[in-house]
Design a protein. Structure first.
Length: 112
């Protein structure tokens, strides 16, 4: 009965409801994954905190065969340290116009 456009260009990673099912006010219909740019989250030890800043470049190398390095930009990072793991999260923006890097792929990161 309704058409709901996606706010981003991507693919459906998970369907939470089937056609005809009731959608609650706090419910989800689908989970959409952006392939360009993919969200890259890196968890670093607290000792690295003073070395990270917005706009910093990182080299991302996907694991597995054919994993060519690509440059990513720090767009955000946690303002607190997780006490249980002594780590913090860094969010990177990684251009992926040719969709060469598959969403969910494990990667290694090296910060400049």
């Amino acid at each position: 009965m309704r058409r709901i456009p996606s706010p981003i260009d991507g693919i459906i990673a998970e369907r939470h409801l089937d056609p005809g099912e009731y959608l609650r006010d706090d419910g989800k219909i689908v989970t959409i994954v952006s392939l360009d740019p993919p969200r890259v989250d890196v968890f670093l030890p607290q000792a690295a905190y003073p070395e990270i800043h917005l706009g910093q470049l990182a080299e991302i190398t996907p694991e597995g065969p054919g994993g060519a390095p690509a440059s990513a930009l720090v767009t955000a990072f946690d303002q607190t340290i997780d006490a249980a793991s002594a780590t913090f999260r860094v969010r990177l923006e990684l251009p992926n116009p040719d969709r060469r890097i598959i969403a969910g792929t494990r990667c290694n990161a090296r910060f400049q």
